[in-house]
Design a binder for this molecule. Sequence first.
Ligand code: ZN
Length: 160
Amino acid sequence: MTVKKDAVVEMHYTLKNDAGDIIDSSQGKEPMPFIQGHGNIIPGLESALEGMKVGESCDVSVNPEEGYGVHHPEAIQEIPMEALQGIDNLEIGMQLQSQDEQGNPFAVHVKEINEKTVTIDANHPLAGETLHFNVSIENVREATKDELDHGHVHSGSCSH
Ligand code: ZN
């Protein structure tokens, strides 16, 4: 069967940025499973994979709008160091949970650590990047009813 909506797909992938640096890869690990058509992966990749068969591979470039979003400069904020007291081992790239005025949580990462302030960034680390994937389709099967209900792949003995 081919990659189509509600299929469980296992793929190997290598992700590079515009500069050709490898950002992420499944090489040396198990192929990554996802359910096609359920937003498990970024939209630009999902549409490129539609119709592919097991054993096929392809190169896909995904623009930010169909990837992790465009970069919003206003999502970068400098906050006083005191606001983060209680967090040990603060380091650049660390993920933190923040809250908006309504108390809704959102993820930020540490961009810079200054003497008295910390710069935090609510952009996805790959926001604004054009993403260059090389993917190969390792396996395709029908999703089970539970998987479709939950919207994610169940593997091995996992049954959450
Ligand atoms: Zn589940």
